[in-house]
Design a protein around this ligand. Structure first.
Ligand code: ADP
Ligand code: MG
Length: 265
């Protein structure tokens, strides 16, 4: 990847908070304005790959092959149906990858090294988004070690803030050790239901605790967003006008503004 590539890792050790939905729709929004975007699917579940319509049988090379050193990013990347958007898909092989790489001295740097050793001509992505598994395991550490910044989706529910300190602590440890340049891109509140008083309270609480880190954009709970993956499409292509898609477009513009600031810093 060339130095203009921005690598954003989407992480939260809780499952079902909107990591994959955010990865897919943010990537699509960035691709729609002409950026060349790559998603790296680091979840053995492969929801990002499925949600982008990549059939399991077509996943000849995957993020597993990249991590074990059997494929380059360029070899494993597949073009999706979304123009300018590619994905390194995942397969269930990823479940065993920790065991395979845990004995290697560069076990936490496998993804970073794969991204860095991409020859110049392949540094054609302006954004790389890494979709993490719901765990603070070696895969997520690899994603944080490779990234410029971490984007954290938080579901608008009572326990939203629970677990966040552990996540931020992990970011801190990665920063203190293997990746001093790592920053927090931001925290995005997801699946907001305005009819629910509790949800409003959660938004206020998270803003009070996390301040500027929280994006202005809140992603609403929206049935169109949840339907889209079963059609193998990002919500933004499935139904551009729905409130969820519109929110993701807005989030993308906030992310771009922050990236410009971070890049300049
Ligand atoms: P994670 O990757 O953190 O496990 P997902 O992005 O897969 O979370 O989201 C979990 C579930 O919630 C999925 O079924 C997804 O379609 C649904 N979902 C995510 N965001 C929304 C939303 N804004 N509105 C409705 N459903 C959503
Ligand atoms: Mg996911």
């Amino acid at each position: 990847m060339n130095s203009a590539t921005r690598i954003i890792t989407i992480a939260n050790q809780k499952g079902g908070v909107g990591k994959t939905t955010t990865a897919i729709n943010l990537a699509t929004a960035l691709a729609a304005i002409g950026e060349r975007v790559l998603i790296i699917d680091l979840d053995p579940q492969g929801n990002a790959s499925t949600g982008l319509g990549i059939d399991r049988r077509d996943r000849t090379l995957s993020s597993y092959d990249v991590l074990v050193g059997e494929a380059s990013i360029a070899e494993a990347a597949m073009q999706t149906a979304v123009p300018h958007l590619s994905i390194v898909p995942s397969t269930l092989d990823l479940l065993g990858v920790e065991m395979e790489i845990s004995g290697l001295p560069d076990r936490a740097l496998r993804l970073r090294n794969a991204l860095r050793t991409a020859p110049e001509g392949e540094g054609r992505f302006s954004y790389v988004l890494v979709d993490c598994p719901p765990s603070l395991n070696l895969l997520t550490i690899n994603a944080m070690a490779a990234a410029d910044s971490v984007l954290v989706p938080l579901q608008c529910e009572f326990f939203a803030l629970e677990g966040l300190s552990q996540l931020l602590e992990t970011v801190e440890q990665v920063r203190a050790g293997i990746n001093p340049g790592l920053t927090i891109q931001g925290i995005v509140l997801t699946m907001f239901d305005g009819r629910n008083n509790l949800a409003n309270q959660v938004v206020d609480d998270v803003r009070a605790h996390m301040g500027e880190a929280v994006y202005q954009t809140v992603i609403p709970r929206n049935v169109r967003v949840s339907e889209a993956p079963s059609h193998g499409k990002p919500a933004i292509l499935y139904d551009l006008k729905c409130t969820g898609s519109q929110a993701y477009l807005q989030l993308a513009s906030e992310v771009i503004r922050r990236e410009r600031r971070l890049r300049a810093a």
